[in-house]
Design a protein around this ligand. Structure first.
Ligand code: UDP
Ligand code: MG
Length: 311
């Protein structure tokens, strides 16, 4: 019998988990000849999530779980779930029912019967989200698609169903800075998109503050393109050319007309401008160096403190 693994990263989801499992088991019981396992990955929650997960593992036979020693972030939680999955098909979904389990049968059909390796989901609306956040999200997608070869799909959720082949391709990428939206695109394969309206989470709050999202988008840019590095050198070159023109014209003016330079203000402006520019470029380079530093250390992506498999 083919097997479907459902990977669910959970961080402080104590209220959402029960309604989620209820809905999920309703959907999976209608899947027919497919065996299902659910892998709940507790991402170092500080509330009672782990206790709820242990209870659920006792109640539902299909539940397996992992628990991290601290919060490692959703990317690590998904990776751990993938690594632990044994299914021929693997799906990832949020624990808050924002990724409707009702789409699962169709997504499974696309990968099982229609020859796709990946079934992805897209939100068509960003209803219920602060307008300012939607605005920046849209800007981010436009910007990263402009400067990177890997094209991201606006509104694509992490809610996905993959074939074993695609999962193994993802697992084969050991990089430390994981930006899975980009990784999914990078591995290629044929993807069928499913669209749905945004739904608000059943319980609890979003774990993404604006600042966290901002850092995540920077990560995406740095992980998927080295264009900013090239941009820095280009900017530097343009500045040098402009400076050369200024130097020549000022020298000529001084030699021909002996007019002393009374442009102290402009001088200060130029110095400030250039040093700002230099800092900007050094900053970009620093970003990449810091990423390299983390990659070189080869630290594990996560540490498992407890797992249902050990028992
Ligand atoms: N999550 C996680 N680790 C984190 C943050 C979030 O495992 O550090 C999980 C969270 O429990 C949820 C999913 O990632 O299942 C998406 O989080 P959330 O619903 O807060 O994000 P949003 O839907 O608002 O983008
Ligand atoms: Mg959510």
């Amino acid at each position: 019998m083919p097997k479907l693994s459902l990977v669910v990263p959970c961080y402080n989801e104590q209220e959402a988990l029960r309604p989620f499992m209820l809905e999920l088991s309703r959907v999976t019981s209608g899947l027919g000849d497919v065996e299902t396992e659910v892998i709940l990955v507790d991402d170092g929650s500080s509330d009672e999530t782990l206790r709820v997960i242990r209870e659920l593992a006792g109640e539902y036979e299909m539940v397996r779980y992992l628990s991290f020693s601290r919060n490692f972030g959703k990317e690590s939680a998904m990776l751990a779930g993938f690594a632990a999955s044994r299914g021929d098909y693997v799906a990832v979904m949020d624990a808050d029912l924002q990724d409707p389990p009702a789409l699962l049968p169709d997504m499974l059909k696309a990968v099982r019967e229609e020859g796709y390796d990946c079934a992805g989901s897209r939100r068509t609306t960003r209803k219920g989200e602060p307008p300012i956040r939607s605005f920046f999200a849209r800007m981010f997608y436009r910007f990263i698609n402009m400067i990177s070869h890997t094209q991201l799909v606006d509104g694509a959720r992490d809610y996905k169903l993959l074939s074993r082949k695609a999962v193994d391709a993802l697992l084969a990428m050991p990089e430390y800075n994981r930006f899975s939206k980009g990784l999914y695109e990078w591995i290629g394969f044929r993807t069928k998109w499913f669209e749905y309206q945004n739904v608000e989470r059943v319980a609890g709050e979003t774990k993404w503050s604006f600042w966290k999202l901002f850092k995540y988008s920077l990560e995406g840019i740095v992980a998927f393109t080295t264009m900013p590095l090239a941009l820095a050198s280009l900017l530097g070159m343009i500045c040098m050319l402009v400076a050369l023109v200024i130097i020549v014209s000022l020298s000529v003016r001084q030699m021909m007309w002996h007019s002393s330079v009374d442009g102290w203000t402009s001088m200060v402006c130029i110095i400030v401008l250039l040093s700002g520019l230099q800092l900007f470029c050094v900053g970009i380079i620093g970003q990449y160096i810091s990423k390299m530093y983390l990659e070189i250390k080869r630290r594990p992506h996560y540490i498992v403190a407890e797992s249902s498999d050990e028992k």
